[in-house]
Ligand binder design. Structure first.
Ligand SMILES: Nc1nc2c(ncn2[C@@H]2O[C@H](COP(=O)(O)OP(=O)(O)OP(=O)(O)O)[C@@H](O)[C@H]2O)c(=O)[nH]1
Length: 237
């Protein structure tokens, strides 16, 4: 479907109140680890992982935004250019559940209706929850979002969340391609393909990564035919 040697890169923002497990989820997915310590995210972190969806190489760039209000101004800027979104609340934090509609509104206001999932994390602690299953499901239905229950601690359903998003994103991309849409977009909230040549993004300008104004499609000269370990492409930037 896509030209050979093209690589699809998707900027995914992981959003939700503080301490719901956003950083842990990204670490689990990209590095395969879980730590009990809570270290509040300051501003924004970014990890990446490469996966294959139907023989297509997809690079997921996972942006970890702080859930704390004091970082609002910084994190808002990082929504720009997001192409998929994980909205997370915690099984043990009713407020984080109640905050989901406003997080969703904020995302839609910044980047439009991008592929999004609703995630209830920490389901290993279901015994202590004040959030009823039916309520969570009703919210997902109301927001028209796929709903996953995860335990980052037990490594439950984390892969599924990101696979679903990548799938959904590719479907939309293919649909646009089939409709003859240009793959170069001038608006940050449209679907596009990043030029990922160069491997790590640390040298790139943030304006490009952030969905600055232009997302271009170019050959990725660094791509090899070798099969990579899924965890080998994780870089902490
Ligand atoms: N029991 C349990 N604890 C978890 C799970 N996921 C994360 N935690 C713990 O929850 C705490 C907060 O996790 P973080 O990943 O730092 O939360 P965050 O959402 O990134 O927090 P901010 O950076 O403040 O936005 C940590 O102590 C984690 O170890 C889980 O699935 N189960």
């Amino acid at each position: 479907m896509f030209e050979e040697d093209m690589e699809v890169a998707i900027k995914v923002v992981v959003i939700g109140n503080g301490a719901v497990g956003k950083s842990s989820m990204i670490q689990r997915y990209c590095k395969g680890i879980f730590t009990k310590d809570y270290k509040k995210t300051i501003g924004v972190d970014f990890l990446e992982r490469q996966i294959q969806i139907n023989d297509e190489d997809v690079r997921l760039m996972l942006w970890d935004t702080a859930g704390q209000e004091e970082f609002d101004a910084i994190t808002k800027a990082y929504y720009r250019g997001a192409q998929a979104c994980v909205l997370v609340f915690s099984t043990t934090d009713l407020e984080s559940f109640e905050a989901i509609p406003s997080w969703r509104e904020q995302v839609v206001a910044e980047v439009g209706d991008i592929p999004t999932v609703l995630v209830q994390n920490k389901i290993d602690l279901l015994d202590t929850t004040d959030i009823k299953n039916e309520e969570a499901e009703a919210l997902a239905k109301k927001l028209k979002l796929r709903f996953y229950r995860t335990s980052v601690k037990e490594d439950l359903n984390v892969n599924e969340v990101f696979k679903y998003l990548a799938d959904k994103y590719l479907q939309r991309l293919k649909q646009q391609t089939a409709e003859g849409t240009e793959a170069v977009h001038s608006s940050s909230n449209k679907i596009g393909v990043f030029n990922t040549a160069g491997g790590s993004h640390s040298g790139q300008k943030l304006s490009t990564l952030n969905g600055g104004d232009v997302i271009t499609l170019r050959p990725n000269k660094q791509r090899t035919k070798k099969t990579k370990s899924p965890l080998s492409s994780c870089n902490l930037l």
